[in-house]
Write a protein that binds this ligand. Sequence first.
Ligand SMILES: [Zn+2]
Ligand SMILES: [Zn+2]
Ligand SMILES: [Zn+2]
Length: 342
Amino acid sequence: MLIGLSGGICAGKHAVAEYLIQHQGFRLLELKNNGVSHTARDPRLQHINLTINQDSRLEFDTAESLLDFATKRWQEHWVTTHSWNVATLDRFLQRPFFLLVSVDAPVSLRWKRFAERCEKNQLEAPHLEEFVLWNDKQLYEKNVGRAVLTDRAQLRLFNSSSSLDELHAALKALNLADEQRLRPNWDQYFMELASLAAQRSNCMKRRVGCVLVRERRVISTGYNGTPRHLQNCNEGGCPRCNRGEGGGVGLSTCLCLHAEENALLEAGRERIREGSILYCDTCPCLTCTVKIAQVGISEVVYSQGYNMDKDSAAILEAAGIRLRQFSPPRNGLIYLEDPEGK
Ligand SMILES: [Zn+2]
Ligand SMILES: [Zn+2]
Ligand SMILES: [Zn+2]
């Protein structure tokens, strides 16, 4: 795999790279002119980067040659911190072995880190205001600003850790090298399809999505809402849902079909056979559970709990249906803090 790290001044991208190199067998791929950017004109910015162990570094003339090199060796572990532009990044993101990770930290903390490093190098530290202006430029400058990269990053690390030890502990717990970040496994794939289906829901109470699978093929999908030809729930179609009462209250007067019901109806009983798996982003309610049992589903996988999980679990168990919880790996914004919470 190739991990691309993007991050603001003193956010910690080099510290993350260093961790991957020291502890997870990564090697560094860099461009010869890396770091020459609009902000690098100030000599202080050229001196303060953590120097990464030179032995593990390989240098390339162009981003293309770096990518070609990694493509031929993608099963090994590579990391790069070079400054991206959008066109280059797009080429990297097309490859199935590439993971873009952004690293950020509060600007006040980054300024403090920067000032400390200036002091160590006997350079005069900038005032906070000057530092903020550099950062604004680096983040928002048209076409080269880092904001676009952060937006595309699969993982956004927020490095609020107060020490390298704390950062390392958090990175260890996170395990960036987990191959599942590159390519979802089957559970993750179907659960994400269920979450996508949930986005089509029109039910005022709660968005739920479901996918029925047999032999790793999708048989049907469903989301909750009022039946066809009836007004959508979010347009007032179900008076019960629109009253906004607590979960489970007045269920018998609800006109909305549940995601599981819709997926089961869509599939039809003859297509659901032994070995079928129902993926649902929410644990099925009691009325869905009995239907699931009746049509011959073998396994139910859910990601979030609901308010009758225990009762549903008891019914599924009695019906001989496996039930398990699966939550996809954490993505998006992740706080890098001591996992023990010390
Ligand atoms: Zn509804
Ligand atoms: Zn309803
Ligand atoms: Zn239900």
